[in-house]
Write a new protein. Structure first.
Length: 98
């Protein structure tokens, strides 16, 4: 399976940990695209730094638009207003970090 990596920034009033981020993203994908759509995404949170609110999300190359739409639809995590911005994307982690 070909994969793509998306650099994301979490903007929230409260600290968001990796598990909360993963749950919120999966919930958003499932709400927008259903169980079948979520099964096609292959979503994994590879890295996440709570201090900076930055992370890397891996998904299928065919599902990049679905994941971007799902990330944009997240408005709160743990009842705190939250926005997730996609900073960029790449086919490799090395290129993404540059």
């Amino acid at each position: 399976m070909r994969r793509r990596y998306l650099a994301v920034r979490v903007e929230s009033e409260a600290s968001v940990n990796r598990e909360e981020l993963t749950d919120a993203v999966w919930r958003a994908v499932t709400q927008l695209f259903g169980e079948y759509g979520a099964s096609q995404v292959g979503l994994v949170v590879i890295e996440y730094d709570e201090q900076n609110g930055r992370g890397v999300v891996r998904c299928s190359h065919k599902a990049v638009p679905m994941v971007k739409a799902s990330l944009a639809s997240i408005t709160e995590i743990n009842e705190k207003p939250t926005a997730i911005r996609v900073l960029g994307g790449s086919g490799t982690l090395k290129a993404l970090h540059k």
